[in-house]
Design a protein around this ligand. Sequence first.
Ligand SMILES: [Zn+2]
Length: 272
Amino acid sequence: MELCHGTEPDQEIEDTMSALFNDADADVVFRSRDKIRFRIYSTYLKNTTGGFPPVGFTPHEDEIVDLDENASTLNLMFQFVYPQPQPPLRTLDFPTLSSLAEAVEKYQIYPAMQICYVFMTKALPSHALDILDYAIKHDYYPLMDKAAPHISLEDVSSAATRVSPRLLQIWIPYHNACNQALRDAFKINEPHKRPRSSFESCTEWETRRASILITLGGCIGVKNVESALASIACTSPDCCREAAVAWQAKARQGIAKPPKFSTFSRKSFQDD
Ligand SMILES: [Zn+2]
């Protein structure tokens, strides 16, 4: 728990008070990272959260407790602590939602944890990397499996310094397994059936097949299995399209089912 005992109120006269949480009778004062104070009734914290007050923490009278989060996050979070209608999350932008989701996990704000989880899930397929990081951090296995297939090597590479080392540790073996399935798909040489109502072989297939192989080859090591499978396709409404569909079905069958990220996560946990 990253709480620290703050300074006396008199020393921080530039602080401003939250418009929503300013009841003079409230017995605990929190201060956001951006210097907004929140007066909160400790009774509500005790009744609805698991992370307040932290073990062994007893604020002295008039002492301020500094929190790491900004006021916009705390303002939303404390609304879940009080017996009042919960704030709507539908209209939040992703960074705000994500900060709230992390804060309610950190302080164990029980009334908010599931609803934040639901809205984080609904944000997919956008922000998949951040959502995967959140899912790993809080052991949300089904959400890991929903988020991971939307992430490419480029996504991970460009955010390698931002995501958690644990995500990288799990994602790399997961990605290798995905690529093995792609390599298998590459080797399938599905025979092209003779076009209907024709005694001649299709003259287009070899060219189209080569084009598919080039696209598929470009996916190996870069994209996940599901999005790469889409490259085994032919848009022309003829016999070649049928051949591509059969190839894709066989590739999917060969994969049996795409590797699940959560399997790698559990394995990594056992190895620790
Ligand atoms: Zn054809």
